[in-house]
Design a protein. Sequence first.
Length: 142
Amino acid sequence: MKLLVSACLLGVPCRYDGKAKTHDGALSLFGRHTLIPFCPEIYGGLPTPRPASERQGERVVAKTGNDVTEQFRRGAEEALRLCRLYGCEAALLKERSPSCGHGAIHNGLFDGGLVEGDGVTAALLLQNGIAVFGESEWERLP
Ligand code: SF4
């Protein structure tokens, strides 16, 4: 299976704080699947490191107050374009991220709290029929 994977899970230091979030389960999929590393925030035009951002309804706002909705949308569209180009059936994405999170994301208050919802990229992929798994669900992948 071809899988789009949050690049930070595969060891790429692309998070807002300039670090990776390497995940052994994600790495273990290398032998069985074709993994396509992708970071929607970088492809949306944001630098690394960058201020943390959170969804506030339809908008995405950086901790500095900047509206970064457009960059997050652009990154999501690039993710979808790559999924179509490679024929990805599913994506393994970093949980809780305002881009990649699925099911629960930070609440927009920058206080560590979570709300039900999806990151911008996860939502667009789901809307287009691409299954989304969080890293804690990696064992559900065939
Ligand atoms: Fe990882 Fe996604 Fe955040 Fe990029 S946008 S650092 S891939 S969680």
